[in-house]
Design a protein around this ligand. Structure first.
Ligand code: CA
Length: 231
């Protein structure tokens, strides 16, 4: 097996050095691009397993780079966003980015996000639909949810919502993505539905629903299902 390849599209030289060092150490072949145009060329030439994309680039908007990339590539893209880029971050996720990191981030967080993105790409290919974490076991095909071995009853809508999170396990899904998938595009802005149903799911699955360990909130963005941090 060849090394996993990552293309990094980032104009900050300090952050580029950090990313190259951490990912090189972790066994990635690292390809760097300082501009959006260069990044698109690298992505086409290197066929990476994952792409890290800064939203604020000197030539193109990161969203424009993502849109152009998505015309021909389904490679997982992780957005690198600065604080204050909340809107751009959510738009990028809605436009097909897989996840995001807010600067500054540490190497553990970076590597964990990359693992999730690559696992997700592999899982999409094989269609694995069983999820286990701590006391919770979810089997989407069998429509079964067990907490400490005891079957939990979910409503149709609760199960649909949980299914979306399981299929994206570890990755954030935006409010809009979840609302569209579960309730349909006409409800894409009805975030109160989500709050209600997430509260119900937490009360059924979490040991302490006020301190969720499994069904996590990404403030201002959406929700994600926590995964264990195994390599
Ligand atoms: Ca930048």
């Amino acid at each position: 097996m060849s090394e996993p390849r990552v293309v990094i599209i980032e104009d900050d030289p300090q952050l580029r050095r950090f990313l190259k060092a951490v990912l090189g150490d972790a066994g990635y072949d690292v390809y760097l691009a300082e501009t959006g145009e260069r990044g698109l060329i690298e992505a086409g030439a290197r066929r990476p397993d994952v792409i890290l994309l800064d939203l604020g680039l000197p030539d193109l908007d990161g969203l424009e780079v993502l849109a152009r990339l998505r015309r021909w590539s389904s490679t997982p893209v992780i957005i690198l966003s600065a604080r204050g880029e909340e809107v751009g971050k959510v738009r990028a996720l809605d436009a097909g980015a897989d996840d995001y990191l807010v600067k500054p981030f540490g190497s553990d967080e970076l590597l964990a996000r990359l693992r999730v993105a690559r696992r997700h790409a592999a899982r999409t290919a094989q269609g694995d639909e069983v999820f286990e974490s701590g006391a919770v076991r979810i089997d989407l095909a069998a429509h079964s949810v067990l907490v400490r071995g005891v079957r939990v009853h979910l409503t149709v809508t609760e199960f649909k919502l949980l299914g979306e999170l399981v299929r994206a396990a570890g990755r954030v899904l935006t409010h809009r993505q979840l609302l569209t998938a579960v309730w349909g595009p006409t409800h894409a802005d009805d975030t109160h539905y989500l709050r209600l149903y997430m509260a119900q799911l937490r009360s059924k699955l979490e040991q302490d629903p006020t301190d969720p360990q499994l069904l996590l909130t990404d403030v201002g963005v959406g929700y994600r299902l926590a995964v264990g941090d195994e390599p």
